[in-house]
Unconditional design. Structure first.
Length: 186
C-alpha cells in the first residue's frame, strides 16, 4: 500500500466528504470532483471506489473516540450492566451521529449491491457480535449463552441506532435499552 502524503491527503478529504455528504449515489467521479482530484489518481492510490469508501469509513470510525474505544471499555473491569449502558451512551452520543448515519448508508448500499459489499456485510454481521461475545465469556457466561446475548445486544444496538436517526427521543431509547440490558444480565 502506498502511504505517500498525497494518498493520505486524498483519503482525509474523502473522509470529510463522506461524513458530511454521505455515500448514497456517490460515484467515483463525484468523489474526484468534490475533493479536487481525478478518477485515475483515486484508482491508482485505492484500487477501486469500494476500497476507497471502505478505507475512508475505517478512518472515519477511528476518528470517533467513543466508538473506537467502546469495546475496550466493554472488556474493562467493573459492573457489566454499567459497561453495557456506557456502550449505548457511546453509540448514541450526538458526536457519533455522523458515523452512525454513514454506517446505515453503507448498509443500505450493501443491501442494494450485495455482491460488491460482501466484506462489509460479513464484517457488520459478525465483528461486534464476536467482540461482545468474548467480553461476555470473560464475565462467566457459557460460550453459547454469550453468543446469544451478544447477538441480542448488537441487534438492539442497531435497532435503537436506527430509531435514534429517525428522531426518537434519546432518553426514551436509553430507558428501553437499560430495561433490556437489566433483563439480560439478571
Amino acid at each position: 500500500m502506498d502511504n505517500t502524503p498525497e494518498r493520505q491527503r486524498l483519503l482525509d478529504l474523502v473522509v470529510e466528504l463522506i461524513l458530511r455528504d454521505g455515500v448514497i449515489d456517490l460515484s467515483l467521479s463525484a468523489i474526484s470532483r468534490a475533493i479536487g482530484s481525478n478518477n485515475r489518481m483515486l484508482l491508482y492510490y485505492f484500487g477501486s471506489k469500494q476500497k476507497l469508501i471502505d478505507e475512508a469509513s475505517d478512518v472515519a470510525f477511528n476518528s470517533f473516540p467513543r466508538l473506537r474505544d467502546m469495546f475496550a471499555r466493554l472488556t474493562a473491569p467493573g459492573d457489566l450492566e454499567e459497561r453495557l449502558l456506557t456502550a449505548w451512551d457511546d453509540l448514541a452520543d450526538p458526536d457519533s451521529r455522523p458515523f452512525v448515519r454513514l454506517f446505515f448508508q453503507r448498509f443500505g448500499i450493501a443491501l442494494r449491491e450485495p455482491d460488491e459489499w460482501v466484506d462489509f456485510t460479513e464484517q457488520v454481521g459478525r465483528e461486534w457480535v464476536v467482540a461482545l461475545r468474548d467480553a461476555l465469556v470473560t464475565e462467566g457466561l457459557t460460550p453459547e449463552r454469550a453468543q446469544s446475548a451478544a447477538t441480542r445486544v448488537v441487534a438492539l444496538f442497531r435497532g435503537l441506532q436506527f430509531l435514534l436517526l429517525t428522531g426518537v427521543d434519546p432518553a426514551q431509547l436509553r430507558n428501553s435499552y437499560r430495561d433490556a440490558i437489566r433483563d439480560l444480565v439478571s
